[in-house]
Design a protein around this ligand. Structure first.
Ligand SMILES: *Cc1c(COP(=O)(O)O)cnc(C)c1O
Length: 394
């Protein structure tokens, strides 16, 4: 009678046995450089709060003020209930910041991918996808019903090979890559990927969730980093990482943005983010346009932390961005490392399969501009102590 759900318990137990069960910590503080995690103060090495904007006074103030004018919710999808002028203002400002014709926002970066990919390709089409692309790209691709052809990670020569192998077998083609890969902190070679995709007249899309506010001039993203303005058809971004709030964005040619307002299903069938979200995002754009100080500090902190970790003997993998993986190998070791760090007052998560391949478990440290030098030194000392105790370094 009761046991049609027993299989779930069995699966959950298996995850626990394999060290792959997600133990989610409870926070009782804002996302700042220090947190209260399960009742204990700990250094924050987990969040994507690259610029410290999640609790920035300017964003908090902007969110408070807009609530008095616009209330707290949009109450229906924009195409039915009308769209608030502040959402349009944010889209104009984001387009301007990124140097593109137009932008449209979504509830999240995940939704942005679910919106844009099925709007661009369908059954007769093909998607050329980096094998390490984010889960939301994979899900958006599956929803589109286009054929998915994967190419080797960050490898333009393999992209070329896969395109040639599929020549003549499809109507439209779309190349998709992450900009910054979130588990390794490496960058897509977007200039070379553009060269290949344009030579074959393919559409090109980059998901720059971890590049927005981080790479490029003053955080303008990977397209700016490679100086490919006007060449990449679609840039997907998130407002939940460096921007510190929540929401997704698609930026690019105005014809694509116009099409998404007609055919992007998360746009048509799900309400927009709330007025305080929008006001906080507008304040974030203001800050980024006023100065590059926060972005500069982020990179200075990242360089310092990475250099010191390497000097201690840790392997930081392929990272060239503030995402700093500490490669450990097996998932149980990474989980134990994370627990020991927590005992030392450092909150840094272990990441294992299926988020990363088997045998490539790691601790992923997320550096922020909000960390002081003392904060980073505190974290380095904890890593050194736990690393020696567990035999990872000498
Ligand atoms: C985080 C992330 C997303 C999802 O963004 P949300 O706004 O949190 O939904 C999408 N794509 C990539 C590459 C990401 O890293």
């Amino acid at each position: 009678m009761t046991d049609q759900l027993q299989w779930i318990q069995t699966e959950l137990d298996t995850l626990k046995d394999q060290g792959l069960y997600n133990h989610i910590r409870t926070l009782a503080s804002p996302q700042g450089p220090w947190l209260v995690v399960d009742g204990k103060k700990a250094l924050n090495f987990c969040s994507n709060n690259y610029l410290g904007l999640a609790n920035h006074p300017r964003l908090v103030q902007a969110a408070k003020e807009i609530v008095d004018r616009y209330g707290v919710g949009p109450t229906a999808v924009r195409s039915i209930a009308g769209t608030m002028d502040i959402h349009l203002e944010l889209e104009r400002r984001l387009a301007q910041f990124k140097g593109v014709e137009a932008a449209v926002t979504f509830q999240s970066g995940f939704c942005a991918n679910l919106a844009v990919i099925p709007a661009l390709v369908s059954k007769e089409d093909v998607i050329f996808s980096d094998e390490l692309n984010h889960a939301s790209i994979i899900d958006g691709s599956r929803l589109s019903r286009a054929r998915i052809e994967r190419f080797a990670h960050a490898n333009p020569a393999d992209l070329e090979r896969v395109i040639r192998a599929n020549a003549g077998s499809y109507r439209r083609g779309l190349v998709i890559t992450d900009g910054v890969f979130s588990m390794d902190g490496d960058l897509a070679p977007l200039d070379e990927i553009y060269a290949v995709s344009s030579a074959h007249d393919l559409m090109l899309m980059v998901d720059d969730a971890h590049g927005e506010g981080v790479v490029g001039k003053g955080g303008r993203g990977i397209v700016d980093h490679f100086n490919l303005h006007g060449k990449v058809d679609v840039e997907v971004g998130t407002l939940s990482k460096a921007f510190g709030v929540v929401g997704g964005v698609v930026a690019g040619k105005s014809v694509i943005v116009e099409w998404l307002r007609q055919r992007g299903r998360p746009f048509l069938f799900s309400s927009a983010v709330t007025p305080p979200d929008v006001a906080a995002c507008l304040a974030a754009v203001d800050l980024l346009e006023e100065s590059t100080d926060l972005v500069d500090k982020l990179w200075e902190n990242s360089r310092y932390f990475k250099t010191e970790m390497k000097a201690l003997g840790f392997d930081t993998g392929l990272s060239v961005t503030p995402i700093t993986p500490i490669m450990l190998g097996e998932a149980p070791l990474a989980q134990q490392f994370s627990r020991e760090l927590y005992n030392e007052g450092v909150f840094a998560m272990a990441i294992g399969f299926p988020t990363v391949p088997q045998g490539k478990a790691r601790i992923r440290v997320m550096i922020s501009a909000s960390h002081s030098r003392d904060d980073l030194d505190y974290g380095l000392q904890a890593f050194a102590k736990v690393g020696r105790k567990l035999g990872v370094i000498r």
